[in-house]
Design a protein around this ligand. Sequence first.
Ligand code: ZN
Length: 160
Amino acid sequence: MNIAARCAVSFHYTLTDDEGAVLDSSRGNEPLEYLHGAGNIVPGLESAMEGRAPGDAFKVSIAPEQGYGVRVDALVQQMPRNMFEGMPEPQVGMQFQAESNMGPVMVTVIAVDESTVTLDGNHALAGATLHFEVEVVSVREASVEEVLHGHTHGPGGHHH
Ligand code: ZN
């Protein structure tokens, strides 16, 4: 069957950056499974999957707007160091969830000095063009439960 809304799709992928460096890959592991049409994967990849069938292999490059978004400078903020009292010592590279006016966001500590901690709320791949090499492994109709949950339950899918 061809990929359409409410299909459970499993696929292998390798994600590379503009220089061809591998950022992530499912090769050597189970293929990734997702529910098509539910926003489980980045929009550009989801639309590139539409209509594909098992065995299809293709490459697609996805602009940041259709990937993890563009970088937003306003998401980089300096916080007074004393706001972190009672928390683990802030260190560059540390990630944690913070509340924002757009809901919870993952932030990364990008700089620490005596009085301030600089936080970056951009996704690590914000602003990046994503180069995917994809092989569709299987396509099946999702169960009603999967559609209601908005994710798949098969191998490589969501586990409860
Ligand atoms: Zn579920």
